[in-house]
Design a protein around this ligand. Sequence first.
Ligand code: ZN
Length: 497
Amino acid sequence: MVLSSGYGQRQLHQWSRQAVHNLDFTIRTTSTLQNDSTNTHISAYGTAATPKANKIPNPGLFEFESKTTENDNIVLPTVGECAAHLELLQAFYHMCVKVSSSTALDAVLGIKPEPRIVYRKKYQGYHKGYTREAVNLRDDTFKERRKTKWPLYLALAATRFLAWAEAVEKVIDGSVAPEAMSLHLPPLDVLMVWHALLLNPSWFRSFEARQLKRLYDTPFPWKAIHKAIDADNRNSPYSLPAESAVWFETNTGLAPDLFEALVKAERSARAEQLLTTHGAPGRSSNTLRGMMVEDIDVILKSRIKLNELDTSLLKCCREAIGTNATITKLVEAVQRQASFVNKMEKQLWIRSPAIEGTLYRAIDRYSKFLKLFKLYPKTMLVPTLDIDLVWHTHQCSPFRYDVGMLKMAGRLIDHDDKIGGVIINPGFTRTKDLFRIRFGQEYQVCHCWDCEALLSAISSHNLKIRLNNEAIARQVHDEVAYYRSVEIAKRKGTFSN
Ligand SMILES: [Zn+2]
């Protein structure tokens, strides 16, 4: 196939390894890149070295209105939507890092090292014999206990999602067409649960015996999500628009920012004490750690004056730690997505020079993948990482997904994210073979920055000067090196535009 036929793929991988190892790589400014007369391989899908590409990712990528009226282009996700999806996954990733590493949240939840003092016999010589000496033992459980913040955060997020979904569904009065009603963006934690639920289409369609009609009809708000995330920033911070924050608080009674609500300083002593029971040792040696529903009830029913947000936070905690099976299932759905989120953070396509080409090709490959469903209805088909991204993006807009699936695949396909590797592997091999036979293209390809940039370069329509393979590889290397050095500088905090 194309990438193993002498376009210097091996050489590129070697250069890349060197670049990653050599973190002091000097940063070429954008202007040197622009003036580089050898940079003629810019692909038709606009790889990064275009003069306007100061920002990574390039803002030109985010086109949300479909320009064409062709049906296929309406039913399938667009490059802009897939790019916004990558930004969202980055935001999820960094939220998890922030919660897991926050020492402020450790303190709020009563998680602290508990060193133990033990007395050991020590031999002091023939005359003195043995003495007992106090030894401080390090707390081995501390690291593990810090990890309990994230599942609790997810349970709170799932509780908040249910409150939000109920508020959203209430708005329907039958007089306004659902499409015409714009949905306020929810907070990031709620968005994460909503996103995970949508990736289980059949569960979502009959969600706990009640239909989420409005959420079914509403296309996922990619444009608003893109606007809310600062993807140029290393940590992809998400800022909820002020009017959406007001809508959320008014309609759910909950604080718009869960993290802030948890770590804020001013809180009533009782509420503060209650939160620390999450991580503090139990009252007696055989009581487990963790908040207790009964303790929360005591506070809520007592005459202690709590402010509104503290009351709603405690109620939310009560629900989250209770026995609501839906909350457990939602938390599991988010946790199943973690490996995909991590893979996307590793690939980091969103900051690669070839992002537009990568997504353009992924959408094309996804449409071929759907055709396989129609051609081989009894076969279990397994997606590659790039195809899965487009598939997930499609599922996020349930109405459009169902229409698209019926049209492209001939039926509704459930996306089962619970299937393990034993079933996946033979399915993958079969899909790979069928894809090759049907479309004459390689199914499993390397999606690293270098290979993707190379593919964009050689599929370019703008290639005026015929270059030899070595020259193309060299130019792709320069482009990737620039993007990589920007990324490295961002991580080291030394990048400035
Ligand atoms: Zn590669």
